[in-house]
Design a protein around this ligand. Structure first.
Ligand code: HEM
Length: 539
């Protein structure tokens, strides 16, 4: 009798599951608000389609999406709930400013595991509050005040390159830049340097760890329980089956300590007199800024701040490092570009007041050729390689355009996640002719430029979106620019160690993105961008 009851219960569960699956499939295929959008039926039916390309094939769905656009047109349904747009002209209507509510889709917001940080916040209003607390620290003006700190780290890094490269050693710029960008965040955001630059070979394990975590974002999207699960399993067990998880929690614990230290130093400075207060006022870190912000008390609890601070480290490391690595590869691979850059920096140097050794950030930012080199580096490093989904909760999105000779007219209902992929905008040959060629001159406007040339340049500028746009765009953009300009300025100025660099067993395949792990990744076997220093060159 008991057995009979049990087999009936099992049968009921099986039948109910089948009915639910059938009803779900029918809904997704025929009744979903995006049921009439073109795309593969399998992608409309299940997230497993995306899983196959991004998890099994290691970050390849972005390229599959590009192929789908060739078949289905500019707007494609890429999973049961999301539409992807290929037409760069739509960018400004998807990634909008504060005038229109923009939400993140929970499915993509959870891919970093930091769901209480601004980057993982889905709702428009809560994001506005959280982001508001960060903005002051990352404003252009605050970053200008941080420049001496960045310059110090750059100079230290250059000295290490000179010393280590002098012994005929091969230098790995990928690891160098990952160590540098993390040391910058540690120092300016948390108040103490991680000291990665000083470690042997610039601590290659750091770059690897960050890339491993980045590639885990596809799993986090599909299986949101993985992160909370890792948190409750003892670290000794996690280390057995998922070593990056252990390092992740060590980093987070360290950040937690820094938050508590800052909190108590602020508490004591509000009661003590003098030194602490002055110190904090002269060089407040991102943690000080958050802790002294007008955020409500619940937003200032340590676990939330830990999410926010960890995001700064995660968001500011590989992005900046990959851009610098890409830039250096192309500059070093192209003698004419390298010479033109050096000539511009040499002439800026000639105008420096006596006794000054480093070029001020403002001078670097206004140097036309350097500006063009940086723009081209950002174009070919893409920012992030993954599509960024946004939801317009209360406004219909219209897509009316002639695309590849055909007319399309779509009305996307509010609440539908819509994404675009900057990587493919940056490689669109109609906007950027010969898109894979590193050509800074495409950003220059010679005096002989015609009206058409200027219109094309304007279009290129509008479609360069490495930091995304709108309310959810990169918070650390000015910091990133400062790092790029100061590093390039120091390495390629007269006497700069960059002038002595020569690529070592490195080719374009070491920077070209072929895996989308949210951050762009070259072929998995790449050893990075490696250089040796030429002897007897005193540029
Ligand atoms: C070249 C370097 C960088 C590039 C290309 C870049 C690009 C981006 C992009 C495309 C986003 C949007 C991500 C999304 O929608 O999910 C983003 C977000 C963000 N970035 Fe950056 N980033 C860079 C450097 C930095 C640095 C140095 C920091 C600061 C430490 C930083 C902090 C952030 C934060 C906090 C967000 C989340 C913003 C929000 O959701 O409100 N980034 N970044």
């Amino acid at each position: 009798m008991d057995l009979l009851l049990r087999s009936h219960a099992l049968l009921l569960v099986c039948v109910s599951t089948c009915i639910l699956a059938i009803v779900g499939a029918v809904y997704r295929l025929f009744y979903s608000p995006i049921a009439r959008y073109p795309g593969p039926r399998l992608a409309a039916l299940t997230f497993a389609y995306e899983f196959y390309y991004d998890v099994v094939c290691k970050g390849r769905y972005s390229w599959k999406i590009q192929e789908l656009h060739r078949i289905y047109g500019p707007v494609v349904r890429i999973n049961p709930e999301e539409l992807h747009i290929a037409d760069p002209a739509s960018y400004d209507s998807v990634y909008v400013g504060p005038g229109r509510s923009t939400e993140k889709w929970e499915y993509s917001a959870r891919m970093f595991g930091t769901t209480t940080a601004a980057v993982g916040t889905t709702g428009h209003e809560l994001h506005r509050i959280r982001r508001g607390a960060l903005n002051g620290f990352f404003s252009k003006r605050t970053v200008a005040n941080l420049t001496p700190t960045i310059q110090e780290l750059v100079d230290h890094g250059c000295e290490l390159l000179r010393r280590r490269g002098g012994a005929n050693c091969v230098l790995n710029l990928r690891d160098f830049f990952a160590a540098f960008s993390a040391d910058v965040i540690g120092l300016v955001a948390f108040g103490s340097n991680y000291g990665l630059l000083d470690r042997e070979d610039f601590e290659p394990a750091w770059q690897k760890l960050m890339m491993d975590l980045s590639s885990g974002t596809h799993i986090m999207k599909q299986f949101p329980w993985t992160y909370p699960l890792l948190k409750i399993i003892p670290p000794s067990i996690v280390s057995l089956f998922h070593p990056p998880g252990t390092h992740l929690f060590n980093i987070r614990n360290d950040i937690k300590l820094k938050i508590e230290e800052t909190r108590s130093s602020l508490n004591s400075s509000s009661t003590d007199n003098g030194k602490n207060v002055r110190e904090l006022a002269s060089q407040p870190t991102a943690l000080h800024t958050l802790l002294t912000s007008a955020l409500p008390a619940a937003e200032l609890l340590t676990p939330r701040l830990e999410d926010e601070a960890f995001t700064l480290l995660g968001a500011g490391t590989l992005t900046t490092a990959h851009t610098l690595t890409t830039l250096f590869y192309h500059i070093l691979a192209n003698t004419a570009i390298s010479h033109q850059l050096q000539t511009e920096l040499s002439s800026l140097h000639n105008n420096l007041p006596p006794g000054t050794t480093s070029l001020p950030l403002a001078d670097l930012e206004h140097a036309p050729y350097l500006q063009a080199v940086v723009a081209e580096g950002l174009r070919l490093s893409f920012g992030v390689s993954h599509r960024l989904a946004r939801i317009s909760p209360d406004t219909v999105l219209r897509y009316e355009a002639v695309y590849n000779g055909r007319t399309y007219d779509y009305t996307i209902p509010p609440g539908v996640p819509v994404s675009m992929t900057p990587m493919f905008m940056h490689l669109d040959p109609t906007v950027f002719p010969s898109p894979h060629v590193f050509d800074p001159s495409r950003w220059l406007a010679p005096s002989t430029s015609s009206e058409d040339d200027m219109a094309a340049l304007k279009r290129r500028r509008a479609y360069l979106v490495p930091f995304s746009k709108g309310t959810r765009a990169c918070a650390g953009m000015w910091l990133a620019y400062a790092e790029l300009y100061v590093m390039l300025g120091a390495l390629f100025s007269p006497g700069g160690v960059g002038r002595r660099m020569e690529l070592f067993e490195t080719g374009s395949a070491d920077v070209e993105c072929v895996h989308d792990f949210f951050n762009p990744s070259p072929r998995l076997k790449s050893k990075g961008v490696r250089v040796v220093l030429r002897k007897g060159v005193h540029a």
